[in-house]
Design a binder for this molecule. Structure first.
Ligand code: CTP
Ligand code: K
Ligand code: MG
Length: 179
């Protein structure tokens, strides 16, 4: 029971977990805010949110969802989730990027420099927005997939996965900070 719940949680969230990691690898170039600052003197978003990172991150998340759909017939005995509708693939991936971007907006408004940690927000920003967006655009799939136990598993597991993948990316010199 717990095993099935955890499997569905990780499977269904993979298209949302991948984008931020791919953005780290693909990021660079023009920042989304074009360098603009707000009245508080801080950047709108900062140099850490780029068009390229966002585009590649979103595309990678969608590609992962499509790949998982291909795999689905072979693992449907273990993974009790319906295949990703295209809209859900898009909303999970793009929602994850938007959540991370909103978090940077909040960081800049609260005086945090680029790269500063924002405990709690860093670990769950992308989860909240990807799930909200998916609930709106792919409601039926969302309700079938994200039962209450699966949602609990997502909220418990995501910070653990986030902290460990970022620590690994930092150890390999791919990321400037371990969060
Ligand atoms: N990145 C990107 N575009 C995004 C998200 C991330 O290009 N939409 C890239 C940037 O190179 C960024 C790196 O991934 O520096 C790490 O992402 P993150 O930790 O989210 O950004 P930070 O640089 O720490 O900036 P912030 O303080 O705004 O989170
Ligand atoms: K972040
Ligand atoms: Mg960071």
């Amino acid at each position: 029971m717990i095993f099935e719940t955890v499997v569905v949680a990780i499977w269904a969230m993979l298209p949302a977990y991948i984008p931020n990691n791919v953005a780290v690898l693909a990021g660079g170039g023009r920042p989304i805010d074009g360098g603009r600052t707000l009245g508080d003197g801080a950047r709108l978003l900062g140099d850490g949110k780029t068009w390229r990172g966002t585009a590649f991150g979103t595309a990678a998340g969608v590609a992962v969802a499509l790949a998982l759909n291909r795999l689905h017939p072979f693992v449907s005995d273990v993974v009790f989730a319906d295949p990703f509708p295209l809209l859900a693939a898009l909303s999970l991936a793009f929602g994850a990027m938007v959540g991370d971007i909103l978090a940077s907006f909040l960081k800049r408004r609260t005086g945090r420099q680029r790269g500063a940690a924002f405990p709690g927000v860093d670990q769950l920003d992308f989860v909240v927005v990807s799930l909200l967006l998916t609930a709106i655009v792919a409601t039926e799939w969302f309700l079938d997939t994200f039962t209450l136990p699966v949602l609990v598993a997502v909220v418990v597991l995501t910070p653990l996965l986030h902290v460990s993948t970022n620590a690994i990316a930092y150890a390999f010199g791919l990321k400037d900070e371990p969060w």
